[in-house]
Each structure stands twice: as C-alpha cells, then as structure tokens.
Design a protein around this ligand. Structure first.
Ligand SMILES: [Zn+2]
Length: 473
C-alpha cells in the first residue's frame, strides 16, 4: 500500500469508539438535511459543535441506550450547548482536541452570522495560534482613529464584566490558565503585526524581548495577562495604553481588541496524546473484531476506569498500555506504518534530544522514519510559543497534535530498562540492553531485569513484556 496515502487516510479518519453501524445511525439521527454527507460519514467531530442542544440530547440518549457512556452523566440544565457538544466529543472521540473542532465550527458560525446582521465581528478565529492555546472569546473591542495620539483608555468595569462572563461560560476550565491577548486590526478581517517600539500600561513599560520574539515567530498577539490582572486588583478605574509601533504604521490601525485564551496545561496535552493513540487502537480493534459489540464494551470498561481515576495522566498511560498490549490488540502489533521505519537503524535512544534527560512520554510524528522518540511534555513546554513545529530528531514538519503518536515499544522499554540510555534493536519490536545483546550472562540479566520490572511496576501491561523476553530466551 502507498504509505503516504495510508497516513493521509489515517489522519482524515478521526478515531472513535463507535461501530460503523452506530456511526451511521448517529449520522442519520442528526439529519441529512441539516448536514450534508453526515449520514454517509457518520459523525465527525466538528459537526457536534454545529448542532442544536436538542439534537445533542438525542445523541446522548442514543449513546446512553447503547451503553456507550463512560463519563459521569452531565446535568443538562446547567450545560450550555457548546459544553454538551464538548462532553459528547470526549465520549465519542477520546483524546481529540475539542478546541480544534470548536474553531472550525465557529468560523462557519461567524460567516453565517455576518450574512444575517449588519455587525461584522473581528475575525478572531483567523488569529494564528497553536493547539496549546484554546480560544475563548473576545473581551473587549474598540474602533480607533489614531490621527492625534496613540493612547487608549479602557474602563476596568467593562473588562471585569467581560472576564466574569467568560469565566462563567468556561467554569469547568482552570482560570489560572487564562491569558489575555491584545490585537491590532486594520479591518475586521486583517490583523496587523503588533511590532512595538514601546507599550505602556498605566505608565509602566511592558514591551519586552520575549514579546518581540513571539511576534517574530508569526503570532499576532501581545500577551498582557499579568499587567491586566494587576490593574484589576489595584482597583484603578481605567487602564491606559500608550502604544508606539516600530514601523510608524499607527494610522493603519482601525480596531484594537483584547481576547481571552486558555493555555492548555502540558499535562493535559500529553494525556490527550495517550488517549488519542489508545482510541486509534480501540477503533481498529472494533472494526476488525468478529464480535465488535463485545470488543466495544471492553473498551468502554477501560475508558470508565480512566474517567473514574483521579490521576488522569497516569491513568491515560495505563489505558494506552492496556489497549496497545497484545492481549487486547492481537492482530495489530505489526501495523503498516511501522514498516516505514529505517531498517538500518540498530539503536534506540531513551534520552530526549532537546533536554538530554530521560524520556517519560515517548512520541514521534506519523511521518518520522526513525525509531527513537522525543518527550511529549518537553516538546509542548518548549514549543508553546513556536508556531511551526518540527520533530527535534529529523526536523519533519509537525502540523498538529493529531500527527503525533505515543510509541508503545519505546514506552514499554523505558519501564523495562530504567538504567539504560540506549537500547539495541534485535528485531522488529524487540529492544535489548547492551548486556543482553552482547553479554555472557544474558539469561541471568534478563531474569533480573524482569524481576526488577515486576517489583517496580505492578501494572499488567508491563508484564506483557514477558512475552517478548521469553521469546528471546
Ligand atoms: Zn522525526
């Protein structure tokens, strides 16, 4: 099979926990008339954010009747439509980034609204960002005419009201992760690069090298979170902004706006990668199973365990390991994409190429051809303010988190060999330490390693490694 086509197809299909039949039935339930092709394709994540609450409740009922709910039952009355859509997205597509589905749907929504009303909202959803940031809403917007001076004053009361509104609409999200970004607009659809010479907030210079670097990366915002929050707590009545642009382009600015975004915690992004890889495995297992409904119920049971746990990151790792272990996934261990790896490569590094520390969450892109991985947490920490992502090993372009996969073989090896920094590739899916590969007391070492791993980690998936090692012995 053509691997590039295979990978593209893999990215197009959003992995979910439904059988083909259920996916079609749900597509029909939300209606052919409303959404073109939806009945053929089943549901797709973005469609959930285009539906009315009544339809979403119908989907919930369908999922409930088919025993497919793995999270706590939501209290419908308290949920807004987009919150219910996000809940259903997490049920059907575990690990799929909700902010991405929302963005696409809101672009549609804005375009429709523009036709109906005179009001032209700023094209906030065109603002360049990464998946690390989730857009919330516009906080403040002002039309300006800067022929005289380049100062603006904003009432704190207005800002406070907007912040309260945004917090109420996102009460399930961590407030401490909310950031406030300042934008300059030439027209409702055109953003200007906010390259400043100076930016004073209430007389205090807040323009910095870091802000300049972020704009050089291609972002179009100035992060004013700290100063804004400080001004609000100081109980001043107004915020005064003095802006001096680097290019003397002030006259081109016709609107300024402040918007709220949530910086998604690294831990959540890593957790989603485990979930995403696990869901892909669940989807394949259901599709290839002779008893898809039974396989589906095993998956629901595992997802329930995940939802009930307090430590979501650890629990997502366990879910991932269980799903990808051969007991659950008998025929899928030699998946097609693995054949794309470089056959010549005989070593795998367990050290992150950027930080030089031991990898905890081994990931690589679908398009990478190497066996070694990099650490997802370090990658997200370092790339939050970088617009174009690249694999730190082979520099292949990473468009979004959907292209990243947690590597099962590396993940198991990291638990198996807590002391090793690199391992040798014996055969496909089998990694050995130097002592095992070349040492004389090979068997003893393996046995000791095994004992060690069983004592260290009592999780069932690591024990599955027994299989590979028994085979070597
Ligand atoms: Zn790579």
């Amino acid at each position: 099979m053509n691997l590039t086509l295979y990978k593209r197809r893999r990215l197009r299909q959003k992995p979910h926990i439904l059988t083909i039949e259920q996916s079609r039935e749900l597509g029909q339930l939300v209606g052919k008339k409303v959404l073109k092709h939806v009945a053929d394709q089943g549901l797709i994540p973005i469609n959930l954010f285009r539906l009315r609450k009544k339809k979403l409740e119908m989907i919930y009922k369908y999922l409930f009747d088919h025993q497919l709910i793995h999270d706590k039952q939501p209290i419908f009355e308290s949920l807004q439509t987009h919150q219910l859509a996000e809940y259903l997205l997490n049920i059907i597509y575990p690990g799929y980034p909700a902010c991405k589905a929302k963005n696409l749907a809101y672009t549609d929504y804005r375009l429709c609204r523009e036709k109906d009303t005179e009001l032209i909202p700023l094209a906030y959803d065109y603002v360049p960002t990464t998946e690390v940031y989730e857009r919330l809403d516009e906080l403040y917007r002002m039309n300006i005419d800067w022929k005289e001076n380049t100062t603006i004053e904003i009432s704190i009361c207005t800002l406070k009201r907007a912040i309260d509104r945004i917090r109420a609409a996102n009460f399930m999200k961590p407030f401490e992760s909310i950031e406030y970004h300042l934008y300059f607009w030439n027209s409702p659809r055109t953003l200007l690069k906010p390259q400043c010479k100076s930016l004073c907030l209430n007389g205090q210079e807040i323009w910095s090298e870091k802000k300049e670097k972020i704009i050089a990366e291609g972002f179009m915002h100035i992060n004013i979170t700290k100063q804004l929050e400080q001004s609000i707590t100081e109980k001043s009545k107004k915020i005064k902004l003095d802006i001096k642009l680097a290019n003397n382009d002030e006259y081109n600015i016709n609107h300024i706006s402040i918007s709220a975004v949530i910086k998604r915690p690294t831990q959540d992004l890593v957790r989603d990668l485990y979930l995403q890889t696990a869901t892909e495995c669940i989807a394949k297992s259901i599709q290839t199973s002779l008893c898809p409904l039974d396989t589906q119920q095993i998956a629901i049971h595992l997802l329930k365990q995940y939802q009930e746990s307090k430590d979501k990151l650890k629990s997502s790792e366990n879910l991932f390991l269980t799903c990808l272990s051969n007991t659950f996934n008998k025929n899928l261990s030699s998946s097609e994409e693995d054949d794309d790896e470089d056959e010549e490569e005989d070593m795998v590094s367990l050290v992150d190429p950027v930080s030089g520390t031991r990898i905890q969450h081994p990931v690589k892109s679908l398009h990478c051809k190497h066996r070694s991985c990099f650490d997802a947490a370090i990658f997200f920490d370092r790339n939050a303010d970088i617009k174009l992502w690249h694999c730190p090993i082979c520099l292949v372009h990473i468009k979004n988190t959907e292209e990243l996969r947690v590597d099962y073989v590396n993940k198991v090896a990291l638990a198996q060999y807590p002391q090793e920094e690199k391992l040798f590739v014996l055969q496909k899916d089998t990694l050995l330490s130097e002592a095992e590969m070349f040492g004389e007391n090979e068997t003893i070492l393996i046995q000791e390693d095994l004992k060690h791993s069983l004592i260290q980690d009592d999780e069932a998936p690591v024990q599955k490694r027994l299989r590979t090692l028994t085979h070597v012995m």
